[in-house]
Design a protein around this ligand. Structure first.
Ligand SMILES: Cc1cc2nc3c(=O)[nH]c(=O)nc-3n(C[C@H](O)[C@H](O)[C@H](O)COP(=O)(O)O)c2cc1C
Length: 335
C-alpha cells in the first residue's frame, strides 16, 4: 500500500535518478538491527556449501558498487548479488540508458557496466556490518579486447575472492560489445578453466572455497544451452544463473521506449527464463545449483520458477514495480 505512494513519486523521476534515490534510501536502512525481524523470514536451505536463510535474492545490477548491502539485507533478502564489477572503474554508456515500459511491467537498459572497479567494491564489502550471503558478479571492461577477456575476469576474481561467498561469471549482458560471444563453448571453456584454476589457488591462500556460477542469456538456442550444460558438468562448475535480460523486444511493440536499444527485463522475459531454467535442469541433472531470474513479479511466478528446476530465485524489475513487499512475499514461500 505504502509502496504505491512511494512508487508514484519515484516514477515522476527519470528511471536512473529514481534508482539513485531508492538506493540511498535503502542504504539508510543499514542500521536495522540484524539477526531479528525481516532478515529471519523464510526457511533455510543448504546449497554449494552455503546456508541460505531463504530462497530469494537480489539480482546483479541493482547495487553495482556494493554501497547498500546492509540495508538491502534488512529488506529480507536471503542473499544479495552485487556488481557487475570490472577490473578498472568505467562510466558505462551515455545517459539516458534505462527506460520503463510500465504498461508491461518491464525495463529496458543499456547501462554498460558503469562501476567503480572490483577493488573498490571489495573494500566496501569488507566494511559491511552483516555477514549474510553475498555474491559478486564479475565482467570485463568495455575497452578490453576479446583476446584479453580472461585476464579481466581473473583480475576481478582475485580482487573479490576474500570477501565474497560466491562469484558469478557474467558472460550474458547484451550491452558490452562481444561479451555474449564468451558463451560460445570454444571461448567459455578456456575462460571457466582459468577461473577454476585461479579459484583453487586463491582457495588455498585464503583458506576458503568460493563457489563459481555462470550467468547466461535467455537468447541462447536450446542447442547452445545443451552444449554449455555439457561443459559445465564436465568442469564441473558450482551453479548457473538464468537468465540475464533479453535482446528480444517482442510484446513491447508500439509502446513508449519500446524502440530503445538494450536488454528487456521484467514480465515479458518470464516465459523464456522459465524455459531456459527447465532446459538447464534437464541437462544438468539434479545436483547442480540453478538460480532462476527473469520476470518474477509475484509468489506464483517464483513457484513456477521453482517448479521449472530453480533452487533459488532472484529479482530486480519486480522490486522496482512491486517494492520491498515482494521480497517478504517470496521469502515466506516455504519450499
Ligand atoms: C538496470 C539493470 C541493470 C542490470 N545490470 C546487471 C549487471 O550489471 N549484471 C548482471 O549480471 N545483470 C544485470 N542486470 C540483469 C538482472 O540481474 C536480471 O538478470 C534481469 O533483469 C532479469 O531479472 P528481472 O526480470 O527480475 O529484472 C540488470 C538489470 C537491470 C534492469
Amino acid at each position: 500500500m505504502l509502496y504505491h505512494v512511494i512508487r508514484r513519486a519515484l516514477f515522476e523521476l527519470t528511471p536512473e535518478t529514481a534508482h539513485t534515490v531508492a538506493l540511498a534510501a535503502v542504504r539508510a536502512l543499514r542500521w536495522y538491527p540484524f539477526g531479528s525481524g525481516l532478515t529471519q523470514t523464510g526457511k533455510p536451505v543448504e546449497l554449494m556449501g552455503l546456508s541460505f536463510p531463504n530462497r530469494v535474492g537480489l539480482a546483479a545490477g541493482f547495487d553495482k558498487n556494493a554501497v547498500a548491502v546492509d540495508g538491502l539485507f534488512a529488506l529480507g533478502f536471503g542473499h544479495i548479488e552485487v556488481g557487475t564489477v570490472t577490473p578498472r572503474a568505467q562510466a558505462g554508456n551515455p545517459k539516458p540508458r534505462l527506460f520503463r515500459v510500465s504498461e508491461r511491467a518491464a525495463l529496458i537498459n543499456r547501462m554498460g557496466f558503469p562501476n567503480e572497479g572490483a577493488q573498490q567494491a571489495a573494500a566496501r564489502i569488507r566494511g559491511r556490518r552483516g555477514r549474510q550471503i553475498l555474491g559478486v558478479n564479475i565482467g570485463k571492461n568495455a575497452t578490453t579486447p576479446a583476446e584479453r577477456a580472461v585476464d579481466d575476469y581473473v583480475a576481478c576474481l582475485r580482487a573479490v575472492h576474500a570477501v565474497s561467498d560466491y562469484v558469478t561469471v557474467n558472460v550474458s549482458s547484451p550491452n558490452t560489445k562481444g561479451l555474449r560471444d564468451l558463451q560460445e563453448t570454444q571461448n567459455l571453456a578456456p575462460l571457466l578453466t582459468a577461473l577454476l584454476e585461479e579459484a583453487h589457488g586463491l582457495g588455498k591462500a585464503n583458506s576458503r572455497r568460493v563457489p563459481l556460477l555462470l550467468k547466461l542469456a535467455p537468447d541462447l538456442t536450446d542447442d547452445e544451452l545443451r552444449a554449455i550444460a555439457i561443459l559445465l558438468r564436465a568442469l564441473p562448475l558450482d551453479g548457473v544463473i538464468a537468465t540475464n535480460t533479453t535482446v528480444s523486444h517482442a510484446g513491447l511493440e508500439s509502446l513508449p521506449h519500446a524502440d530503445e536499444a538494450g536488454g528487456v527485463s521484467g514480465a515479458p522475459l518470464r516465459p523464456r527464463s522459465l524455459e531456459v531454467v527447465r532446459t538447464l535442469r534437464n541437462e544438468l541433472g539434479a545436483t547442480m545449483t540453478i538460480i532462476g531470474v527473469g520476470g518474477i513479479m509475484c509468489a506464483a511466478d517464483a513457484q513456477a520458477m521453482r517448479a521449472a528446476g530453480a533452487d533459488l530465485v532472484q529479482i530486480y524489475t519486480g522490486l522496482i514495480y512491486r517494492g520491498p513487499g515482494l521480497v517478504r512475499e517470496l521469502a515466506q514461500l516455504s519450499k
